[in-house]
Design a protein. Structure first.
Length: 361
């Protein structure tokens, strides 16, 4: 059996975490086994990892001392010679500081890019040549994520595997009864509901979410914003909402395990991120039949249903609000077949499994 050590699982239930769980599901009856190494104090869903028989190894974060981080990685790889392949799921080339130990130990390094830009641009650009040198197999969630992580000319000398960020489409299929129940539970029966799902961090542009919604609420008094997620800007955003007098119109729901049901209750999905690799949450929203308004910094590859509207971040937020208004009565129709045809459903994605097999075997 092939045993692969996976880096990239964090304590935040985000896109990478969802992707990695889907990989475990795909290979649960195969001869590939995944264990994890993390420099976070916890992982987002330890029970799920346990169900798949995955072991989690905890090492010190780089921020608390790079030497300690390296020593623990050395100890781990010495104790587990069976980990001949290390699968790095990364957001920027700074991950090379963790790759250096497996590279020294001559393990095969698989680098999977999950981002299309970074706030750490200078560090990323400095580290990218080293990342390319150490990486044996190049993987990305989109062509944008590939060129960002590995360079615009990467395809000229290295093959990059593009792995669709597939989901369990049936879980998100639109259901009018679930919609009614969830809207009653959240007490939003009469509201025009805008949904944002994402970490409250600079990348996701949470202040922009609030600013857009404020303009929309001026056009439609029934407008209400649901925000799912937490992050380092949570307290800042709470103060921002209060300062704008929107406390009664914005519900910060935190981390939830019922996102699929909340998507049924919403009317529009909003994602004005500064950058993304390929947002899984946008695929989920399309599976739920939601119209999506997202920033044009996000790759057009994410529009799998023809229901995604790309808007420029430099446009006035009044214009964003005006674009959202006609979506209020958007007909909820299933987009699942389109997602299946595009290879973004776990249950019907043989092509995706074959790509992953090439990567891991």
């Amino acid at each position: 059996m092939e045993k692969i050590l996976v880096y990239g699982m964090t304590d935040n239930p985000g896109g990478i975490e969802s992707y990695l769980l889907s990989v475990l599901e795909i290979f649960k009856n195969d001869d590939v086994h995944f264990d994890f190494v993390t420099d976070f104090p916890a992982v987002s869903d330890p029970d799920a990892l346990k169900r798949y028989g995955a072991v989690v190894h905890y090492i010190p974060p780089k921020g608390k001392g790079l030497v300690k981080h390296w020593k623990e990685l050395c100890t781990l790889l010495k104790a587990h010679p069976e980990y001949q392949k290390i699968y790095f799921n990364i957001l920027d080339a700074g991950a090379v500081f963790s790759m250096v130990i497996p590279w020294i130990y001559r393990r095969e390094i698989i680098a999977h890019s999950h981002n299309g830009a970074t706030d750490k641009e200078r560090l990323h650009n400095l580290c990218r040549p080293w990342l390319r040198m150490m990486t044996d197999k190049f993987v990305a969630c989109s062509h944008l994520a590939a060129s960002f992580m590995f360079g615009n000319n990467i395809e000229k000398y290295k093959k990059v595997e593009i792995v669709p960020n597939a989901i369990e489409c049936s879980k998100f299929k639109y259901n009018s009864e679930i919609r009614k129940e969830k809207r009653n539970e959240l007490d939003i029966q009469q509201n025009y509901v805008i949904l944002h799902v994402g970490r409250l961090t600079r990348q996701k542009n949470p202040k922009g979410v609030i600013d857009i919604f404020q303009q929309l609420s001026m056009l439609d008094d029934s407008a209400l914003l649901l925000s799912v997620g937490t992050g380092d800007q949570e307290e800042i955003i709470k103060d921002y909402i209060s300062a704008k007098g929107l406390t009664k119109k914005v519900k910060l729901l935190g981390v939830r395990n019922d996102v699929a049901e909340i998507m049924q209750a919403a009317d529009v999905f909003l994602l004005p991120s500064l950058y993304e690799g390929f947002p899984i949450v946008c695929v989920e929203a399309q599976a739920a039949g939601l119209p999506c308004a997202i920033s044009d910094t996000i790759t057009e590859e994410v529009d799998l249903s023809g229901r995604v509207k790309f808007l420029a971040l430099d446009r006035d937020y009044k214009e964003w609000a005006a674009e959202l208004m006609p979506l209020k009565d958007f007909p909820r129709q299933s987009s699942i077949q389109q997602l299946i045809d595009a290879g973004y459903d776990n249950e019907h994605s043989e092509t995706r499994k074959n790509i992953l097999k090439r990567i891991f075997k």
